[in-house]
Ligand binder design. Sequence first.
Ligand SMILES: [Zn+2]
Length: 255
Amino acid sequence: MAKKMAKAGKKLEPVVITSRGIATTFWGVQWCENLESYSDYSNRLPRGRTYARNGSVIDLQISTGKVKALVQGSSLYKVEVTIASLAGASWSAFKKRCAGQISSLLDLLQGRLDKGVLQEITRRPEGLFPAPKEIKLSCSCPDGAYMCKHVAATLYGVGARLDGTPDLFFTLRGADMQELITAASSNAAGLAPAAGGLDAGDLSAIFGVEIESAAAPVSSRKLPARKAAAKKKVPAKKAAGSKTTAMVGAGTKRA
Ligand SMILES: [Zn+2]
């Protein structure tokens, strides 16, 4: 099916998951954790995990306020997820709360931020992640359930996609991430500079997630991984090199 569509000129962007978790970086992990934290979703999401992992999401496109995906089940289904824009009062309030505390886009995208900012970002419902009432789901499958496995797989697919391209989070939420930096510098006078950021160990402590060390495209993640290993948050063997993690990933991958 994918080949047929490629031939017809459609450029597919499949969700490919090689790590043990669905997502391994700040925005991806928090995206998944946010969804799983709501009782409306938590019992329905697991049915999408396998689909997301085994390559059933053959195409996933993120644009402003919208996720469109093609999910291969017993047939090929079209999934659409609409997400309310952050723009407006809540975005202004968020910018105010974080003014002067985000020093660069790179730090923002890698989640290397002051503890206070991280808490603001992940705070529910005032933070940046959407609540169920801001999310509309639809799928072309005959399953009348509120959240079918195709939709669930798509939602996890977004988490996986944010791993490689975290800026798509801001695209999806209709917010200009540059404004966080601009707001920061224009309000920075008189404020202490933001702390140097957290290492993986601190992140694990705050969010109760295991930040995976290897298989990271971002070179700077090597350092936190080593620090974390020293703190025994991550077994040294795992933090030692990408080879081990790659093998773990391959082992859990479905054939
Ligand atoms: Zn469906």
